[in-house]
Design a protein around this ligand. Structure first.
Ligand SMILES: [Zn+2]
Length: 305
């Protein structure tokens, strides 16, 4: 199957403490290296700009990303969740990121935007106003058909390491790679059921330390299953994405699951064969899970009154 590969929350994954020996720079460098070793090119990182406000050296991460042949898109300034944010504040946040990330976004072959947690608007007013703003700034909204909960695997892995359970921590890596292949196959099957044909998928990974540990095995496993990576532009040209952002939803779900739900079908987001494993990973990571997702820094760039 064909899939565009994307990464969210560069240059710093929100809330995510890094284990000893890792920095936001080293995580990005290792991911760039894994892409190079595995021939994965032109990857869009949907970026947040808040880190640039607190640490100017994070700009280097974006520079390195683009220098390696990858691209930057807009994922808002402070990562607000649209379910709990007004259209006005959300729109402002997009514009702040548009301004701060312009040096990198302007080098990309496509102006890509992704809503935090893929929340398109839980009211019609928000959905429409935010979509209008995205269009006004000439962005194309990039959906997601495959994500892997690697932020939860990362928490589980760090918790096991912190509590001296290193063998279990090591086993999580092989479990993840095996699960990820099953997730991709499951997502492809659900897409086929929802759209009536095979579509170009869009995969998503975050810059967490755990992913750097498994990246090579992850790509090898997907390649062995026949996954071919294509550009985000190619994926977004698939007419299947025409319904992206086209209806009100408050669900934190991948694209095809949301579309199915809008059509009255409740489909499994995780392969049923791996549901128990994913539940265990969530349980293991619980001690390190932050109380909430989304905005984590006060927006220093308030709207002019
Ligand atoms: Zn995000």
């Amino acid at each position: 199957m064909q899939m565009a590969f994307t990464l969210d929350d560069l240059p710093v994954y929100p809330h995510m403490a890094l284990p000893d020996g890792y920095t936001p720079h080293s995580v990005a460098t290792q991911i760039i290296g894994a892409f190079a070793r595995n021939g994965v090119s032109g990857v869009f990182a949907l970026a947040n700009s808040w880190p640039l406000d607190i640490e100017p050296t994070y700009e280097r991460i974006l520079d390195d990303w683009v220098a390696a042949g990858h691209h930057i898109g807009n994922h808002t300034h402070t990562h607000p969740l649209l379910n709990e944010t007004s259209a006005e504040d959300f729109i402002h946040d997009i514009s702040v990121a548009d301004e701060l990330l312009a040096p990198w976004i302007n080098k990309a072959p496509l102006r890509a935007f992704r809503h935090p947690l893929e929340l398109w608007g839980n009211t019609e007013e928000k959905r429409v106003r935010v979509n209008e703003h995205i269009e006004r700034l000439a962005y194309r909204s990039a959906g997601v058909t495959s994500w892997f909960y690697e932020w939860e695997w990362d928490r589980a892995w760090r918790h096991l390491l912190q509590t001296g359970r290193s063998e279990e921590a090591e086993r999580l890596k092989t479990d993840f790679v095996e699960y990820a292949a099953a997730q991709v196959a499951h997502d492809a099957a659900v897409c086929k059921s929802v759209f009536g044909r095979e579509i170009v998928g869009i995969g998503l990974i975050h810059p967490v330390a755990f992913f750097t540990e498994v990246a090579d095995a992850f790509f090898a496993s997907l390649f062995a299953d026949g996954v071919a990576f294509v550009s985000l532009a190619e994926a977004l040209d698939d007419p299947a994405y025409v319904r992206s952002g086209s209806f009100v939803s408050d669900a934190f779900e991948v694209y095809q699951i949301k579309v199915a739900a809008a059509d009255g079908r409740a489909l499994d987001a995780v392969p049923p064969t791996h549901k128990a494993l994913i539940e265990r990973v969530f349980e293991l990571g619980a001690p390190l899970r932050p109380p909430r997702r989304g905005m984590l820094v006060q927006n220093k760039r308030q709207r002019a009154t």
